[in-house]
Design a protein around this ligand. Sequence first.
Ligand SMILES: [Zn+2]
Length: 47
Amino acid sequence: MEYIMKSCPICGGKFVVMEDAANEAVYCTLECLSKAEKSMNKVSMKI
Ligand SMILES: [Zn+2]
């Protein structure tokens, strides 16, 4: 199984994911995922 190093767009941290999951895994933790969702909601509310 291949592993890919990615960087989280929220906290900037590096994390490793399996190649199969690399397209789905964008954020290093669920905490960062929920932060991203909250900020997306704020953006859509402004529009
Ligand atoms: Zn993160």
